[in-house]
Design a protein around this ligand. Structure first.
Ligand code: HEC
Length: 114
């Protein structure tokens, strides 16, 4: 019984902290990414990021945010996107790993909503 209560507690705490992590990601997204991206409202300068966590691996998204210059030169998918988006390159925002992880948590949580 004690173990069950403990598991419920741990689950509740982890759900809560995941949520605040995604919230932090939303704050960064809303201040740094919305000039070029929407989430479900169509293309802007860059692609609509709704569904991006389903079409790309988290690792790929992370590299694209962390080092777009390199991705746009070396990654086939990124190169195609660059062509599709009129050679406008995604810019490097100099974000920390933790900030990028928070953004990805946010994008994932949005993709879980339908
Ligand atoms: C100056 C405009 C601009 C800003 C600011 C920007 N992006 Fe981009 N992003 C682009 C463009 C344009 C592309 C498409 C690839 C290309 O042309 O370089 C892209 C591509 C992407 C992709 C790949 C999309 C796909 O369909 O696979 C992701 C993920 C992404 N951006 C995330 C972000 C995040 C997160 C931020 C904020 C931290 C951000 N971008 C800020 C312009 C921008």
């Amino acid at each position: 019984m004690k173990n069950i209560l403990l598991s419920i507690l741990i689950l509740a705490v982890s759900l809560f902290s995941l949520d605040t992590f995604a919230q932090a990601g939303k704050a960064i997204f809303d201040s740094k990414c919305v000039v070029c991206h929407t989430l479900g409202k169509g293309k802007l300068i860059g692609p609509d990021l709704k569904g991006v966590t389903q079409r790309r691996k988290a690792d790929w998204i992370k590299k694209m945010i962390k080092d777009p210059e390199n991705m746009l030169k070396t990654d086939e998918t990124a190169k195609k996107l660059l062509q599709e988006y009129n050679q406008v390159p995604m810019i490097n925002m100099g974000l920390k790993d933790s900030e990028i992880d928070a953004i990805i948590a946010y994008l994932k949580s949005e993709d879980k909503k339908k």
